[in-house]
Design a protein around this ligand. Sequence first.
Ligand code: NAP
Length: 250
Amino acid sequence: MTARVLVLGGTGEARRLAAALVSRVHVVSSLAGRVREPLLPPGEVRVGGFGGPAGLADWLRAARIDLVVDATHPFAAVMSRSAATATAEVGIPLLALRRPGWTEGPGDAWHRVPSLPAAAEALSTRPGDRVFLTTGRKDVAAFAALPHWFLLRSVDPPEPPTPARLTVLLDRGPFTQTGELALLREHAIDVLVTKDSGGEQTVAKLGAARELGVPVIMVDRPAVGDAPTVGTVAEAVAWVESFSGGMFQG
Ligand code: NAP
């Protein structure tokens, strides 16, 4: 019998995990359907929400899923909580694959905040008008009431409400430190606002900010429950393989 594994995706790690698993197990990757032209993982792909934890539990039973790896973005907290509830209800194992967050080093000037509204509050009480916002298009609404000028970089354009003074740069990582330095200089950025997403693909902006002495408002990750968690694709593959006793094709 071939094990059936659901990978909750929308990240580079999820795509790499699907690629690593596709020849070993039956892998189904799930995407939320937010990005217009998503980068697709190999193997079976389904798109769209499940309809909350109950909908996901029904889907897991109908698709006869044996294992779930939650490889969603560290800020996709609703999906992660839904996965925890649904897998507990169905009685199947869940692993979270979550890349480690970024850590402040010498020369960095970070101000950690617990949420996007707290980031907006922090902006409103500090000097600096020109803001580089990399929190994603969905999160721009939290800054809509601010008078600052924003450079928003996102994969797809944002929807209202947005700040009155907004320039949108449509782009998708990975980004280089040379490119990030040029961007910060070109737009005379005073402050960078980012989520603590972690990973290599989008870390270059932090090095560029350090080099230019640009302060960073860093939004901390939301709490997402206590599923067993690994930080790398290789560990997630090993976790899937640990269930190989009789379940998987050799
Ligand atoms: P979220 O707030 O945690 O989830 C909202 C709802 O979207 C969920 O309740 C679920 O709908 C649906 N959903 C989310 N991820 C899904 C998935 N992989 N497959 C099927 N349905 C999914 O999620 P989000 O922050 O909007 O993120 C959406 C997607 O973008 C995720 O795949 C995530 O990995 C990716 N992403 C997010 C960020 C970010 O900063 N949040 C950044 C990069 C990529 P139902 O309740 O109907 O099941």
